[in-house]
Design a protein around this ligand. Structure first.
Ligand code: 13P
Length: 340
């Protein structure tokens, strides 16, 4: 393993003014997204849609890396150019989602653990050869009555650490994603408590697995109230509590933190990221690794029609630019309106 090279890639993933485009929806998830805009999820439509994003020259200026799903990393654009080459030409680093989704966790009703570890020694070298320089594995922690259990927190942290170590020995930067879901009616302090538990357990397991923190990127949730909570939080409260839990739990050796959007509105995801960068004070870069908060607008604008490609690319460029500004604390609601 060459740690200096892993560190260079990790630094580039969180470079100032840029963030990560999570375009790694599984076949099931992209079908859900396409259903919502009335588009049939065929291999060609998925290719056309993602090609449209990667060819958004202006939007891609704000993108440091793109997380791909297995199907996409092998796909070619309509003109025969591999999609991975389009991403590189746009100045971004190709990455790959390597988990196989979740499975029920034995003896823990309602909880899941992420699967796919056994395939990694075989798959990671092939992905590296195909151009991937980073990977992603997502653990899912739900909040509800009596959950999460420590069994779930620990099983998922252990799997994340095993995955991260396997990535690093294969010269791939792991994005380590412990996602505390924002479903449910819990308040923001309950999310804080569970996020703290998940992060403390995670960094303990990463240490035991001998993962080098300089060669990884953390992809956490923000600390937010559940979607169904009667008590919603201000932008500043979310930013303060998220920064506080990260300062409590994430060592300074980690180069960067790239948030998931997790079902927040596009504007919340941007405003909260911006507020954190305004407040500052952490030792790591703070940016985005959004799927929904970058793609909801272009998906709607595109709706599967060739004639809508320019409008969809403009919508993607707008969200990418706004989040790029937020990653430097330079976004404002006025800029949002002016640029729209
Ligand atoms: P969202 O931004 O839609 O939460 O997706 C990010 C991601 O990659 C989830 O694993």
């Amino acid at each position: 393993m060459k740690l200096d090279e892993l560190n260079k890639v990790a630094q580039a993933m969180v470079a100032s003014g840029k963030g990560i485009l999570a375009a790694d929806e599984s076949s099931g998830t992209i079908k859900k997204r396409f259903d919502a805009i009335g588009v049939e999820s065929t291999e060609d439509m998925r290719r056309d849609y993602r090609e449209m994003l990667f060819r958004s020259a202006e939007g891609m200026k704000h993108i440091s890396g793109v997380i791909l799903y297995d199907e996409t990393i092998w796909q070619k654009a309509k003109d025969g150019t591999p999609l991975v080459e389009l991403i590189k030409k746009a100045g971004a680093i190709p990455g790959i989602k390597v988990d196989e989704g979740t499975k029920p966790l034995p003896f823990c009703p309602g909880e899941v653990v992420t699967a796919g570890l056994d395939k990694l020694p075989d798959h990671l070298p092939k992905y590296y050869e195909q151009g991937a320089r980073f990977a992603k594995w997502r653990a899912v922690i739900d909040i509800g009555a009596g959950i999460p259990t420590y069994t779930c927190i620990r099983a998922n942290a252990h799997a994340l650490a095993r995955y991260a170590a396997l990535c690093q020995v294969n010269q791939i930067v792991p994005i380590v994603e412990p996602e505390v879901l924002m479903d449910g009616d819990h308040d923001i302090d309950r999310c804080y408590q569970v996020s703290e538990l998940a992060l403390k357990a995670l960094f303990h397991e990463l240490y035991l697995a001998r993962v080098k923190l300089e060669g990884m990127v953390l992809k956490p949730n923000m600390v937010v109230p559940g979607k169904k909570s009667a008590k919603q939080a201000s932008v500043d409260e979310v930013a303060e509590k998220t920064l506080r839990v990260l300062k409590e739990c994430v060592p300074a050796a980690v180069p960067g933190i790239a948030f998931l959007s997790g079902g927040q509105s596009d504007l919340d995801a941007t405003a909260r990221l911006n507020a954190m960068n305004r407040m500052g004070g952490g030792p790591w870069k703070i940016t985005f690794s959004y799927s929904r908060a970058l793609q909801a607008a272009p998906q709607k604008a595109w709706s599967g029609k060739v004639e809508n490609v320019p409008a969809a690319q403009a919508a993607f460029t707008h969200r990418a630019a706004m989040n790029g500004l937020a990653s430097m604390g330079k976004w404002s609601p006025e800029l949002e309106k002016k640029a729209a």
